[in-house]
Ligand binder design. Structure first.
Ligand code: FAD
Length: 434
């Protein structure tokens, strides 16, 4: 008879330490088989040289090596539909329980519910834990139980609750003796899952005390490249959010801390209002008559609008998979307001290109720039793409880096007149929302 095991399923939590679900699995009564599934439902949508897939793959290989060399164990790698993989696993092993961490995105929560149901029929429990946020779902809500739709009161209650509760750490490593003893668990090549190594690399993050201390003074200037680059690491869980919040607090930088709270604000919004993946949060914004001109959209995507700061941002995104937040706000506003192109087009383009793409933050921020979201920029706030240069890139350092041709004759003329576009936007928005 096979001996019972437990499974730990890695997803958006690619780290061995301070991982809540992994820690709970390792404390259980049965040996733990760690697994990762390259979910074909997700991968089929991505280009073959996607940098995020390379990053996930390489991170898992490092984790496997660490477990093989130090603990005579590993991580079993699979490719396919999760339900099919579980069927195979349940034939190969006597599974007692599956452990994993919560994933709040609509596709993931539906997938997890289905898997939980099927496993239950075989008397296998599906245990999931909060790991990627400090507060989830409806933990920070108004007194009447309704979600906050304005950031500042949400942030205040978040902080108050946090002060009451503090942060726990989850020492998975000291329980590694409970890992399944098998260093030859199945592996995969990138090519076996239909991908190749990307030539873009996901940047390392930096949360040094000096970066956090200076964050407030430097974060708005794209040429300084002085933000943490934590985005993809929080997205894929290569860092623990609990450790990052601790660092922010240790350096007493409220602003940096508050950025991490913006992330959770948008996560709870998506959880409470999953329809906002496709629909405007404020439904009357779906009455806007977008122009949706494909040729203009292409110029925006390629960074050829003739507005140097917009073009710099788009070229940075296309070349590196990153764009500075200040410039994201400008290019987003330019697309929705100057060009009157639906925020969903911009959201989809960012989803394809951004290394730190995260559904809740991307949708939340796109709806913020379009004016249609919670706590959004008012529709009549239209960034001037020229005066933004004076404010945030006075010495043109960012422009020179990303649009070196901006003063040459070959550089395109502005694709749209600012004054005309501003007035057109105000008219179209007003007709829809007032
Ligand atoms: P830092 O400035 O060092 O901030 C630290 C962390 O705080 C970030 O990594 C992120 O997790 C969080 N954070 C900071 N600002 C925000 C914000 N406005 N909203 C939510 N979380 C925030 N961020 C994403 O993580 N994924 C996205 O897909 C995404 N899409 C965006 C789309 C638009 C149109 C705009 C205007 C912003 C978007 N952002 C997104 C928010 C923000 O631009 C990035 O989080 C930030 O630029 C990432 O760089 P960093 O990691 O160096 O951030």
């Amino acid at each position: 008879m096979k001996k019972p095991i437990n499974i730990f399923w890695f997803r958006r939590d690619l780290r061995l330490d301070d991982n809540v679900g992994f820690y709970e699995a390792l404390k259980s009564d049965h040996p733990v088989l760690p697994i990762f599934i390259f979910d074909s439902e997700i991968l089929d949508e991505l280009p073959i040289n996607d940098a995020r897939v390379t990053f996930i793959y390489e991170t898992l290989q490092k984790m496997r090596t660490k477990l093989q060399e130090n603990y005579d164990s590993s991580i079993a790698m699979f490719h396919g539909k999760p339900m099919d993989i579980y069927k195979k696993l349940s034939n190969a092993y006597e599974i007692h329980s599956v452990y994993t961490n919560h994933d709040y995105e609509p596709y993931a929560s539906e997938r997890d519910n289905n898997i939980k149901e099927v496993l239950a029929k075989h008397n296998i429990t599906f245990n999931t834990y909060k790991d990627q946020v400090i507060f989830e779902k409806d933990e920070v809500v108004k007194k009447d139980g309704n979600p906050y739709m304005v950031y500042t009161p949400y942030m205040r209650v978040w902080k108050a609750l946090f002060r009451l509760q503090g942060i726990e750490t989850y020492d998975s490593i000291s329980n590694f003796k409970n890992l399944i003893k098998d260093s030859q668990l199945p592996n995969l090549n990138l090519s076996e899952i239909g991908f190749e190594i990307s030539n873009q690399k996901i940047a390392d993050y930096s949360v040094t005390p000096s970066l956090i201390k200076q964050y407030e003074d430097t974060r708005n200037f794209p040429a300084q490249d002085s933000t943490s680059r934590l985005g993809p690491h929080l997205r894929f869980g290569t860092v623990s959010v609990r450790k990052m919040v601790k660092k922010a607090i240790a350096e007493e930088n409220e602003i940096f801390w508050q950025e991490l709270i913006w992330r959770e604000f948008f996560m709870q919004i998506l959880w409470h209002f999953p329809h906002t993946v496709k629909a405007s949060f404020k439904s009357k914004y779906d009455r806007i008559e977008w122009r949706n001109n494909e040729a203009e959209f292409k110029l925006w995507c390629e960074g050829k609008t003739g507005y140097p700061l917009v073009d710099a941002g788009m070229r940075q995104l296309n070349e590196t998979g990153f764009m500075h937040n200040r410039v994201r706000m400008l290019v987003g506003s330019f697309l929705c307001k100057h060009l009157l192109i639906d925020w969903r087009w911009g959201e989809a383009y960012f989803a394809e290109k951004l290394h730190d793409y995260d559904m809740s933050s991307n949708i939340g921020n796109w709806q913020w720039v379009a004016g249609s979201g919670v706590d959004a920029a008012p529709y009549f706030r239209i960034f001037n793409p020229t005066s933004q240069i004076q404010k945030f890139d006075k010495n043109h350092e960012y422009l020179k880096k990303w649009v070196p041709d901006y003063q040459e004759l070959t550089y395109p003329l502005p694709m749209v007149d600012h004054k005309m576009a501003r007035e057109r936007c105000l008219k179209i928005y007003k007709e829809a929302v007032s």
